[in-house]
Design a protein around this ligand. Structure first.
Ligand code: SF4
Length: 372
């Protein structure tokens, strides 16, 4: 009985013991009208707290090469058939990438993610990435993640030997739904890359994009597949509508459903870093902070081609809810450095919150602001 507290207790017990949940429980988490959202979030929080405390891992993405991609991922502004208004550029130079790494470190990022567009890296690109990884790791105590498309074992091993901590390669959706979101490579291609990375000793970062027409069963299958792959890090993206892409309209996403998805991934992947990734602001809306009770990670400073919340607002949200960042940097110092005013009383980012006579008496002709 979902209305019974035993249901929530059993979710926590199973998850803490790293046992999979029965399929009907997974379906109930995503779909049952009887779910009590606060009880569900509280249960997910018990698991999050056990393995991650109140820490939030903050990631900063660096889009080191933009566009120019031969693939046709329907959700991606860099895809060959996207009409989005992005500025293409080839690989940034080393100086620029190292400066970005310094900035990420100084912004409190726990991990610096270098993402480049394309089907997969050439041998030359793997060597360039290896050099960059070595330099970044020698300069800053920061974890490094790379996302560079499809990759075989040799390429993954070379990056691992250069000091790479993690390889990101998202499964994105279920195997059954994959042909609906991409026709130039397959779910199996993506899976092979993840297996190569794991064999090379790299941590796997792999997640999904919700809102691409997948069913609740698809979501469950992805969560289970990532559990089977022992993914260390699972970004949950919420489709961002980008004009010009083939997939522009997120389907079936509500703030509550987004939270349910985060909870499901937490229960099925108890020790993983679950990230509320791209689109958190627009899809979770007023419930955004509640995502932190299931997820323990987020991106600061926007995503690949779209902007996110301002850094100060995100850090303030983390602090206000009683969480902190996992970083060498102190969250209060960061907020002070950012000249953060978001702890002051304000409404909709404005300090002008006193009503004028016009607000109070809109139907009165010549109503104007009071002089006192
Ligand atoms: S997701 Fe990656 S492979 Fe797919 S179109 Fe975008 S840049 Fe290319």
């Amino acid at each position: 009985m979902i209305s019974d507290q035993n249901f929530y207790r059993s979710l926590v017990t199973k998850s803490l013991n790293n046992q999979p949940l029965p399929k009907e429980d997974c379906q109930a988490i995503l779909q049952s009208a009887d779910i009590e959202l606060l009880a569900l979030l509280h249960s997910a929080y018990q698991v999050r707290k056990r393995f991650h405390g109140n820490d939030v891992e903050v990631h900063i993405i660096n889009n080191i090469q933009n566009g120019l991609c031969p693939e046709d991922c329907h959700y991606c502004a860099q895809a060959r058939n996207s009409q989005s208004a992005i500025e293409d550029y080839p690989l940034k130079n080393e100086d620029e990438i190292l400066k970005d790494a310094k900035q990420a470190y100084e912004s409190g990022a726990f991990r610096y993610c270098m993402v480049s567009s394309g089907r997969g890296p050439s041998e030359k690109r793997v060597d360039q990435l290896s050099d960059l990884i070595r330099k970044i790791k020698s300069l800053y105590p920061i974890e490094v993640c790379v996302s560079a498309g499809l990759m075989n074992y040799d390429a993954a091993k070379k990056l691992k030997d250069a000091g790479l901590d993690r390889l990101n390669h998202n499964l994105n959706t279920s195997e059954a739904n994959y042909p609906n979101i991409c026709t130039t490579h397959t779910f199996q291609d993506r899976l092979k890359t993840l297996l190569s990375a794991r064999r090379a000793g790299l941590e796997i970062c792999s997640g999904m994009i919700t809102g691409m027409g997948e069913t609740a069963d698809d979501v469950i299958q992805i969560a289970l597949k990532l559990r089977e792959l022992r993914a260390k890090s699972i970004p949950i993206n919420f489709l961002v509508p980008i004009e010009g892409n083939l997939l522009t309209q997120p389907k079936n996403l509500t703030p509550q459903y987004c939270l349910r998805i985060l909870c499901l991934f937490r229960f099925l992947n108890p020790t993983a870093e679950i990230r509320m990734a791209a689109g958190r602001e627009g899809h979770l809306r007023s419930l955004e902070v509640m995502g932190l009770y299931a997820a323990n990670s987020l991106f600061l400073d926007g995503y690949l081609n779209t902007k996110g919340s301002k850094t100060a607002r995100t850090l303030r949200m983390i602090k206000d809810a009683g969480f902190t960042i996992k970083s060498e940097m102190n969250i209060d110092t960061l907020l002070t450095n950012l000249d953060d005013k978001s702890n002051e009383f304000q409404i909709d980012d404005t300090h002008e919150y006193m009503k004028t006579l016009h607000d109070l008496r809109p139907h009165l002709e010549n109503s104007k602001a009071p002089t006192h």
